[in-house]
Write a protein that binds this ligand. Structure first.
Ligand SMILES: Cc1cc2nc3c(=O)[nH]c(=O)nc-3n(C[C@H](O)[C@H](O)[C@H](O)COP(=O)(O)OP(=O)(O)OC[C@H]3O[C@@H](n4cnc5c(N)ncnc54)[C@H](O)[C@@H]3O)c2cc1C
Length: 574
């Protein structure tokens, strides 16, 4: 099968905060270059940046500082972050929020004196979360998309990237193979530089928050290309996923962190508050601590009718809850819950992958020509991400990647793609059409959801992780024998579900392997058989990559380039 061929200077995979910032920065830095954004959904309408509710962390207030934001990020991340990446995040977040407001036209909420309003988010020592009500992502994505539409930036919408194609006889990226989802045809885009910005997304868990178009495709492609991934055991669960029964896709969607920040209480099925028994900060403790406490209460059977817990705002000023959290009030009402005066059923829900492709501060990776930014990239957040640091991360490093790629491509030529690799990738995509009838895709998906939630979820142990690894290997085998009956290629959603599951199972195996390797408890990773953090000054992170069909895992020492455990950059505290 010969794919349709296109050429571009810069190819961006994904149209979230990272992808669109990269496109705008690359185009501005070098307007003569051809920049192409390719995306699995519609530009501006898919991915998780649009779903950002709470807001964007940035040290703007006079009483705040980048040092304080940095220390919160490092301590929240269990001292596993790459400190130079975290520093870049907190410093450049200030530039990006100004760009969002003053150049792109975002309106964020303001105080009566005209300063930008910043609200409380859990795990922070200062209220620094900039927001637009509780629907911040829509504001950011609408303005970003308008800018991209108005510029000379090419768009390939409903184009699913399926393989990074290396150059013939050379360890460098030459382009990317896509399926045009509207026709089912294959498209090869050659590029001098490729940005991976497909946004990770732990959608392999029974309860999850990310958008349905995200299935870890970028991470799976990076693994197949031999790139190392770090911190993959670090999966963040958001404590307050809506729990409205199995009949609705609203189950698992997130109720924003600001609700706990504003004083919301978590109650057991018996109607009593339990968080103070687990942590002095109560509901304002970090996401990992709250999620674990909730899971422990659920295991005790102290649950609501749907098997979760309650979130209650009923003790707070109802007018303020209604005005500050209008979007959340409506979302709860849609599912039959009264957020203002009643109780809402909630459950911890898989939200964010801290792990991702290892990268340098200029967004380059180990594969020449391939860059990474946003949730696909690992190392910024270490063992846990602060709420509000996600969209800061994708916009900051998206912009860095755009600037870097614009200068990188000036001295590069398009490379000749490896034809054998293209043929092999197409054959892999086509394989489920030519098999004997077998298991159902839905059954395999449910198996994946359950085993990841039970055995590789909020509380882990050696026995469960070993079982999970065996079951995941078996799931992969079953997927490889599955037949897709409907051979239509155009908008064949079963085919895309199968491709989604292929990526999710590959990345799930990496998560389980890394979780088994880390015999301590840090941030989002908790081992009931190894509950201690271990010595912070000897911290190591996991690095994992595929070699052939096997994993190769190693532990790397954290380089404390700016501050060591026990120290602080804050002058008033030191
Ligand atoms: C419900 C929710 C609420 C959140 N709230 C906050 C918050 O308040 N504050 C905060 O800081 N963070 C928040 N986050 C996290 C934040 O949304 C993410 O960290 C951030 O938006 C990720 O940006 P990104 O550009 O990396 O990925 P995304 O914005 O998710 O974009 C990924 C893009 O890649 C595309 N894509 C995926 N696979 C392929 C493929 N194979 N081929 C082509 N394209 C592909 C997708 O369609 C999408 O366009 C929230 C997340 C969720 C789910």
């Amino acid at each position: 099968m010969v794919p349709q061929a296109l050429d571009t200077d810069i190819l961006i995979l994904g149209a979230g905060g990272a992808g669109l910032f990269a496109a705008l920065h690359a185009q501005r830095a070098a307007p003569a270059l051809s920049v192409t954004v390719a995306v699995k959904g519609l530009l501006g309408k898919c991915g998780c940046t649009r779903m950002v509710q709470g807001g964007y962390n940035v040290a703007l207030a006079r009483e705040d500082s980048v040092e304080r934001h940095f220390m919160d990020t490092i301590e929240g991340g269990g001292w596993l972050s790459d400190q130079d990446l975290a520093w870049k995040l907190v410093v450049l977040a200030i530039e990006r929020i100004r760009e969002l407001e003053n150049e792109l036209g975002c309106f964020f909420d303001r105080n009566p004196d005209g300063t930008v309003h910043q609200k409380a988010f859990a795990g922070q020592t200062f209220d620094r979360t900039v927001h637009k009500g509780d629907l911040t992502g829509i504001e950011i994505m609408n303005r970003l998309a308008e800018q991209v539409w108005s510029k000379k930036i090419n768009r390939l919408e409903e184009h699913r990237a399926v393989e990074l194609i290396k150059a013939k006889g050379q360890e460098a990226v030459a382009g990317v193979l896509f399926i045009d989802m509207r026709t089912g045809g294959y498209v090869l885009v050659r590029a001098k530089a490729v940005l991976l910005a497909t946004g990770g997304g732990p959608t392999m868990y029974k309860y999850h928050t990310p958008s349905g178009d995200k299935s870890c495709d970028g991470l799976a492609m990076a693994l197949r290309a031999g790139l190392p991934l770090r911190d993959m055991e670090m999966v963040q669960f958001h404590p307050t996923g809506l729990l409205a029964g199995t009949h609705t896709r609203m189950t698992g969607t997130v109720l924003e962190e600001g609700l706990r920040g504003a004083g919301g209480h978590l109650l057991g099925g018996n109607g009593e508050r339990f968080m103070p028994r687990y942590d002095a900060k109560g509901e304002r403790a970090t996401r990992d601590i709250v999620s674990r406490a909730m899971f422990a209460e659920m295991r005790k059977g102290n649950t609501t009718p749907h098997g979760g817990l309650y979130l209650s705002m009923a003790h707070l000023d109802p007018r303020k809850v209604r005005s500050d959290f209008g979007g959340m009030v409506e979302r709860c009402a849609d599912c039959g819950f009264d957020l203002v005066g009643g109780r809402v059923e909630v459950v911890p829900t898989a939200h964010y992958l801290m792990g991702g492709v290892e990268f340098a501060a200029d967004c380059s990776t180990a594969l020449p020509g391939l860059f990474v930014a946003g949730e696909d990239a690992g190392g910024v957040h270490g063992a846990n991400r602060l709420g509000g640091n996600g969209v800061a991360n994708s916009t900051v490093f998206g912009a860095v990647a755009g600037d870097t790629m614009a200068s990188w491509v000036l001295t590069r030529e398009l490379l000749q793609p490896d034809r054998t690799a293209i043929d092999a990738a197409i054959a892999a995509c086509e394989s489920p059409f030519s098999r004997k009838p077998s298991a159902s895709l839905e059954g395999l998906r449910e198996k994946l959801y359950d085993l990841m939630w039970q055995k590789v979820g909020i509380i882990r142990d050696a026995a469960g992780l070993a079982e999970a690894q065996r079951e995941l290997a078996e799931l992969e085998r079953e997927l490889d024998t599955l037949k897709i009956q409907d051979t239509t290629r155009a908008f064949n959603l079963t085919w895309h579900d199968w491709l989604n599951l292929k990526s999710l199972v590959a990345v799930s195996r990496v998560i389980a392997q890394a979780a088994a390797d880390r015999r301590d408890s840090r941030g989002a990773h908790f081992r009931s058989d190894f509950p201690d953090m271990g010595p912070l000054d000897q911290s190591t992170f996991t690095r994992i990559r595929f070699e052939g069909k096997d994993f190769f895992i190693e532990r790397k020492s954290v380089n404390f380039t700016r501050v060591r455990p026990g120290q602080t950059l804050l002058r008033d505290v030191a």
